[in-house]
Design a binder for this molecule. Sequence first.
Ligand code: AR6
Length: 175
Amino acid sequence: MTTEILLQKGDITKLQSDAIVNAANSSLMGGGGVDGAIHRAGGPAILAECMEIRKKQGGCETGEAVITNAGNLPCKKVIHTVGPVYQDGKQNEEALLANCYTNSLKLAVENSLRSVAFPNISTGVYRYPKPQAAQIAVSAVQNFVAANPEAFTEIIFICYDEENYSLYKRLLQKA
Ligand code: AR6
């Protein structure tokens, strides 16, 4: 069986994938952008589990991922990962951003989740240049799928803005 890598435009909170990924911050206490949208739509049960994780491990480091319930969302689980704040491209940003995708997928496998949707991590408040971020995201996911061909039925890149959507479209058409 092969994994489909799909592209969609829209709001990640509406998706019924097994897991959706949140572009969180290391406090896990919520914020703006996609993080705010997920907590608003999912309700307080997600934040309550984030606080439990904070108590246990003190938050989540950049490039790492944690998993919680999905509250009122139509997906089963939310995977929270913390993208790097883009500075000058010389602060290990590329490896850290790739880790977000890889570690989220590892966590999905560990939890037997077969479909995962990703937002465009770090490309909002964290200012990662969108063309580079798209390339890193697509490569990280393609590499994971090549190494784990049975793990997923589908992985969706969900783009909220037109620029990201057309960047991903070009990259995925080449694949
Ligand atoms: N569905 C899908 N994508 C979305 C949605 C949505 N509902 N809303 C926004 N996006 P950002 P970051 C896109 O800023 O750069 C938060 O405050 C948006 O267009 O959400 O990783 C956290 O708490 C952009 O392309 O995340 C952190 O403090 C992408 O999601 C910080 O922002 C990521 O933008 C993380 O910054």
